[in-house]
Design a protein around this ligand. Structure first.
Ligand code: C2E
Ligand code: CA
Ligand code: CA
Ligand code: CA
Length: 278
């Protein structure tokens, strides 16, 4: 919101009113959207930096509100968390993403993974393990192909999170730490937590060519992952120069607008078919 000084009290009340109205409208809409399959899953390709091959996709939620239009996940995911709607919504997204992955594999595409974001609320929900087991069983996706993306907010509550992470690990699921480098927690969890992958946050990638310090962070994360025996993927790669830099540093995987924005399932299928013909 714009700062207009402190004098316009009415302006602020009105703005606050509008804010609350929108929130209520979104909350109701969200409940309906979750019930009526109104939220779509989009897929952003993840690629091998060196071969250019598509290795998998990250599933990202998309919501087109009937009256308000496109709502960013940065707005509706926190709302879904607040209202606990994230639990049924997240389950639907996981099921849909795994179904789609199964279909691509059945069509002969050779993919390594489908990545799905889990919020802290979902992760701490007592039903999470049985939900994931059930989805994998229903869709016949091998657990090794499912990667769960977690943020540091989950990892921080380690007393609760650690047993869940270990159970997932035991099932054979891959665990990735999302937005790596943006949190404030200590690095010590990296050695205690059963992670497979670090995901370098896009804020560091975006200024690689302007900012020596961001280069230092990116280099360090790549080296750290290597030393800890973890994979590393860079997100938010928008330019060829950024990709070249990652290649020069031995970063093996990336995703970002440079290759593709998140795609509808139809667009993603067409992309796979085209890349198979090449
Ligand atoms: P995230 O998990 O860090 O996802 C990456 C975000 O970066 C996505 O935004 C993606 O569209 C965007 N992105 C990808 N490549 C580029 C690029 O080259 N440049 C730029 N500027 N952006 C790029 P999106 O889809 O708007 O999602 C925002 C956040 O909402 C996600 O951040 C994630 O935290 C959350 N989210 C989205 N879908 C889900 C979901 O199904 N479950 C949960 N729990 N959270 C989700
Ligand atoms: Ca993510
Ligand atoms: Ca991220
Ligand atoms: Ca993020």
């Amino acid at each position: 919101a714009k700062q207009n000084g402190g004098s316009q009290y009415c302006f602020y009340t009105e703005e606050m009113d509008q804010h609350i109205t929108r929130k209520l409208q979104l909350e109701n809409g969200l409940r309906k959207a979750v019930e009526q399959e109104g939220i779509d899953v989009y897929y952003q390709p993840q690629l091998d930096v060196f071969s250019g091959k598509i290795i998998g996709f990250e599933a990202l939620a998309r919501w087109n509100h009937p009256d308000l239009g496109f709502i960013s996940p940065d707005e509706f995911i926190p709302l879904a968390e607040e209202t606990k709607l994230i639990v049924p919504l997240g389950e639907k997204i996981l099921l849909e993403a795994c179904r789609q992955f199964r279909q691509w594999m059945d069509e002969g595409h050779d993919l390594e993974r489908i990545s799905v974001n889990l919020s802290a609320i979902q992760f701490m929900d007592p039903t999470i393990i049985s939900t994931v087991e059930s989805v994998l069983r229903q869709t016949e996706v091998a657990p090794e192909h499912l990667e769960i993306e977690l943020t540091e907010s989950i990892v921080q509550d380690s007393v609760q999170a650690l047993p869940v992470m270990h159970r997932m690990k035991k099932m054979g699921i891959q665990l990735a730490l999302d937005d790596f480098g943006t949190g404030f927690s200590s690095l010590s969890y990296l050695k205690d937590f059963p992670l497979d992958t670090l995901k370098v946050d896009r804020s560091f990638i975006q200024t690689i060519h302007e900012n020596e310090k961001d280069r230092a962070v990116v280099d360090t994360v790549i080296q750290l992952a290597d030393r800890l025996g973890l994979s590393v993927i860079a997100e938010g790669v928008e330019t060829e120069a950024q990709l070249d830099y990652l290649r020069s540093r031995g970063c093996v995987e990336y995703q970002g607008y440079f290759f593709s924005k998140p795609l509808s399932k139809t667009e993603a299928s067409a992309l796979l078919t085209r890349s198979m013909a090449m």
